[in-house]
Write a protein that binds this ligand. Structure first.
Ligand code: SAH
Length: 376
């Protein structure tokens, strides 16, 4: 029988985790049942052991540094209608904005001066010609103002293979496109009819074929999602040979069709937070040499969420460098943190927080995942 996520607070039916599973985590490939077992851990002592094991795997395979990705959320205009997302086109309660080319390039300059090493350009989804050329110009300019030094990641949703290629040729080398859930039935329930799982899947294949470092990820705690689904998500990342992972909790937004999930969310914040850390740790142990982000959404569940993500095996953080003027309009979910801070304060604060837990920041470096270099 499938374990429902809304039931994860129930005690683990297994009184003690097989201690052999931790021995297995070192070298052997874990089975799907092993992944489910790790994701089902409830005992504090076993959780700590899981995080510690994952942390050790991270140090061994991707080194002892945390890499930064300054993220600019440059527009909330979107043609899609994802049921979970606050910037979906049917949400007429938000003010729509698009930053100008100058504003985005200015943010990129700051990102470079602050020695972040890489920038992420993210926005709602558009596929019109104007948008495609706009992004191409941005990539070219960011390359120019940083003398090619700033790594460029795009997170602009599903596009044609020609568009992906154009942006790659302009100088973008990483692309983030979450699968959201690898359960096709659940995916379809969370999206409008015209947004198909197949298109999302083939977009990921297209990105890989062009030569991008490809980032993927899921939301954790979606209505109707099971522990088995999450184990399958991790296996999906492996099958797709994914280089970078970004996962975070699903946080209901009041002006979306999934606003009804709000009361469950409030009741289950603590167990959801633990589940997110377990996902990070289990993914690290299973995939080993990929980059894993400790996402901003983790901080909604716990003030030290992002730091704890790093301790559970993540190695990337993404300071928000969007102009404060626009931040409150890019609300994918309720209670988004850091919407009032300017980008310098936000970045400094995050770096201080990372260093306070004894992690070292890899300034001025791209920090590519060894997995990409190895499979290259
Ligand atoms: N349009 C781009 C990027 C914007 S959305 C794209 O589709 O890739 C970026 C990510 O935010 C999504 O992939 C989704 O996983 C996450 N997100 C959206 N709504 C969310 C919510 N309510 N809770 C948590 N994460 C959410």
């Amino acid at each position: 029988m499938k374990k429902s996520l809304t039931m994860t607070d129930k005690p683990n039916p297994m009184p003690n985790l097989r201690s052999s599973i931790f021995v297995k985590t070192h070298e052997e490939i874990l089975t799907r049942d092993d992944l489910i077992e790790l994701l089902s851990i409830m005992k504090e002592s076993e959780l700590h052991r899981l995080y510690k094991t994952a942390y050790g795997v991270k140090r061994r395979y991707v080194g002892d540094k945390v890499y930064l990705r300054g993220i600019v959320e440059f527009s909330n205009k979107c043609k899609n209608d994802c049921f979970y997302c606050g910037i979906r086109k049917s949400n007429d309660k938000i003010k729509r904005y698009s930053m100008s080319e100058e504003e985005i390039v200015f943010a990129a300059k700051r990102c470079h001066e602050q020695q972040y090493g890489s920038i992420v350009l993210q926005s709602g989804e558009r596929t019109d010609k104007e948008f495609i050329s706009f992004v191409e110009r941005l990539v070219l300019q960011i390359k120019m103002i940083s003398s090619g030094k700033l790594g460029i990641t795009l997170s602009l949703g599903e596009q044609s293979i020609e568009t992906y290629r154009r942006w790659f040729e302009a100088g973008a080398h990483r692309y983030l496109l979450r699968i959201e859930t690898s359960n096709k039935g659940l995916y379809q329930k969370l999206h409008a009819k015209e947004q198909t799982f197949e298109t999302r899947f083939s977009s990921l294949l297209a990105l890989k074929s062009i030569g991008y470092q490809v980032g993927c990820g899921v939301m954790i705690g979606l209505p109707g999602q099971s522990i088995e689904d999450l184990a399958d998500d991790i296996i999906f990342f492996k099958h797709m040979d994914i280089d970078m992972i970004g996962m975070g909790p699903f946080i209901p937004h009041s002006d979306t069709p999934l606003a009804c999930a709000k009361s469950d969310f409030e009741d289950q914040k603590i167990s959801l937070f633990k589940l997110c850390l377990k996902m990070i740790a289990t993914t690290r142990i299973y995939l080993k040499d990929v980059n894993i982000a400790s996402t901003t959404a983790l901080q909604v569940l716990d003030d030290f969420g992002r730091e704890m993500g790093l301790k559970a095996g993540a190695n990337i953080i993404m300071p928000n460098i969007t102009d404060t003027r626009y931040r409150s309009y890019y609300k994918l979910y309720d209670n988004k943190p850091c919407v009032d801070e300017d980008s310098k304060t936000c970045g400094d604060c995050l770096i201080r927080r990372v260093e306070a837990i004894g992690e070292r920041v890899g300034f001025n470096q791209w920090g590519d995942a060894p997995h990409f270099k190895i499979s290259d």
